[in-house]
Design a protein around this ligand. Sequence first.
Ligand SMILES: [Zn+2]
Length: 116
Amino acid sequence: MTATTTPETHYRKTKTGTWVAFGPAAAIIAGAELTVTTRSGAAKIEHIERVGRPFTVDGVQMVYGYLADRPAAHGGVCENCDASTGSLTECSDSSGISGYCCSRCASAPAVELSFC
Ligand SMILES: [Zn+2]
């Protein structure tokens, strides 16, 4: 990594066990969407809720970007049918209780969902 290349944004686990986006302060902006590169090299879009205090690494201002609540935080398991899936959608059951469910349950009528 050289100074002329903008460092990519990666996931990093903080001391408190929270997953954050870690990258250049110029790239991580609170309230904005951000592309974060996973360890496998895949790019994921995250919504940055807030940005931590900047610090300098190799002459570049770096920050932690705190991620908005996302389905992965729920273990990647559908709260309706317990299917394990990478992509969860927030939805509500007929009682108005919200939960995270898989794409199959997300397209089902609310009366068929139960998050209690
Ligand atoms: Zn499901």
